[in-house]
Every structure is written in structure tokens, then in C-alpha cells.
Design a binder for this molecule. Structure first.
Ligand code: SAH
Ligand code: DHB
Ligand code: MG
Length: 218
């Protein structure tokens, strides 16, 4: 099956090609030795469309990597919009800053540090509320990141999380994979928390079989 998923994504990519800036961002990530785990082009496009459809003016991302999804999200902002993206790895942050500069996105701040530290920092600074929050860092942190995201939200904030299906590994309730355990906990949290209305979509394509979660704050 994965061959046809890839073939369809590749075909869609010919209809909706990434522009030169996005391609250069991916290329810089590759030459700098970063892992190739950014969202797919069609998912990046989805993030951009959702942010624009909701008129997002303030965006928070957890997990920057080379800044590929940050470019898609940053481009959705109005001229006076703002975005903060959190990254624990200094080299990733440096590559992302270069990519965001090449994209002309001066209003996107890459903040270096573990999200476990920087998210409470943002709350302390009253940096919120954000209109859209994209969670895409270490999977073990997702339950905590969701809780902090709620503190950085207002009614109507859209919280999106990547990698919530993990090739179906989340089905195993006895798994000893700590990431899958944490994602199971995260999915149960967004399902049960009365402060949000949420859904999970399975996704297939060039990145295999995974899922995206969407939670809107009441
Ligand atoms: N959103 C990016 C992909 C992010 S990959 C895109 O689609 O383009 C996950 C990133 O999260 C990696 O760069 C990794 O270094 C970072 N990360 C891992 N643990 C983290 C933590 N505790 N705090 C902040 N970032 C973290
Ligand atoms: C991994 C992380 C991601 O955010 C992703 O989209 C795919 C893989 C990983 O840590 O392996
Ligand atoms: Mg991801």
C-alpha cells in the first residue's frame, strides 16, 4: 500500500509544487544533516490553509527542525502577525533561522530550549494567547505540551498535533515504546477534555501511515 500512497503524494506534488524557498529550506536541512521528518508538502499546505481560514494572527509551534512547517505557518500570518517556534537543538534552530530569513519571515522567533522549559516561560511572560498551536516535537512530551497549550489559548484556538497514529503503533495498549504510550495518553486526553472539541485524522502519503489531531478550544 505504501507505494501507492507515495505515488499519489508524488503526483499531487506535481499539481501543487513547493516553491523555490520551501525547496531550498528542505535542501538546507538535508545538507546540514537534519533528519528528514518535516511535515509533507501537502500537510504544510494544509497548515497554511487552516491558519488563513481562521485568520490566525499569533501562532505557536513546538518542534521547529529546519523551519519547513514554520515557513508554511509564518506565510499565513498578516504583516503584523507573530509566531514563536520552540526548538531544543541549537543546530536545528540555527538552520531554521537561516531558512526563515531566506523566506523573508522576520516575524518568526525561533526560541531555543526544551519545550518543558520554554512553554512555562511563555506562560510566565504572558506571550499568549495564540490562535493556532502546532505540536510536533518529542512525542513523550505531548500530554504536557497539550496542557500548557490550553494555558496559552483562547476560545477558538486551534491546537494541531502531528504523528498521533504512528503507523498504527498506538493500537498496542501494552506497548513498551514510551512515545506510543505518550501519544495514546495524548489522544485520550483530547478526547475526554471538556475544554476542547477534537478529532483525529489518519494520514497516508510520502511519510507513511500516521495521523493529525485537531482540537478547538471551547
Ligand atoms: N515541525 C517541523 C518538524 C519537527 S521534527 C516541520 O514539520 O518542519 C521535531 C523537532 O522537535 C526536532 O527538531 C527536535 O529537535 C525538536 N524537539 C525534540 N524534543 C524537543 C523538546 N523537548 N523541546 C523542543 N523541541 C524539541
Ligand atoms: C519523528 C518525528 C516527527 O515529528 C515526525 O513527523 C516523524 C518522525 C521521529 O522522531 O522519528
Ligand atoms: Mg512530526
Amino acid at each position: 500500500m505504501s507505494e501507492i500512497w507515495t505515488a499519489v503524494d508524488t503526483y499531487l506534488g506535481t499539481l501543487f509544487p513547493d516553491d523555490a524557498v520551501l525547496q531550498a529550506a528542505v535542501e538546507r536541512g538535508r545538507t546540514e544533516g537534519l533528519p528528514e521528518i518535516a511535515v509533507s508538502p501537502m500537510q504544510g499546505r494544509l497548515l497554511n490553509i487552516l491558519a488563513r481560514a481562521m485568520g490566525a494572527r499569533a501562532i505557536l509551534e513546538v518542534g521547529t527542525l529546519a523551519g519547513y512547517s514554520a515557513i508554511w505557518l509564518g506565510r499565513a500570518l498578516p504583516a503584523d502577525g507573530r509566531m514563536i517556534t520552540l526548538e531544543v537543538d541549537a543546530h536545528h534552530a540555527e538552520v531554521a533561522r537561516a531558512n526563515l530569513a531566506s523566506a523573508g519571515l522576520q516575524n518568526v522567533e525561533v526560541r531555543l530550549g526544551a519545550a518543558r522549559t520554554t512553554l512555562p516561560q511563555l506562560i510566565e511572560e504572558s506571550a499568549g494567547p495564540f490562535d493556532l498551536i502546532f505540536i510536533d516535537a518529542d512525542k513523550v512530551g505531548y500530554p504536557e505540551y497539550f496542557t500548557w497549550s490550553l494555558d496559552l489559548s483562547h476560545a477558538g484556538t486551534l491546537i494541531i498535533a502531528d504523528n498521533v497514529v504512528r503507523h498504527g503503533n498506538i493500537l498496542d495498549e501494552n506497548t513498551d515504546d514510551v512515545s506510543s504510550r505518550a501519544i495514546r495518553e495524548f489522544n485520550a486526553m483530547i478526547a475526554a477534555d471538556a475544554r476542547v472539541d477534537a478529532t483525529v485524522l489518519q494520514v497516508v502519503g510520502v511519510k507513511g501511515h500516521d495521523g493529525l489531531a485537531f482540537a478547538v478550544v471551547r
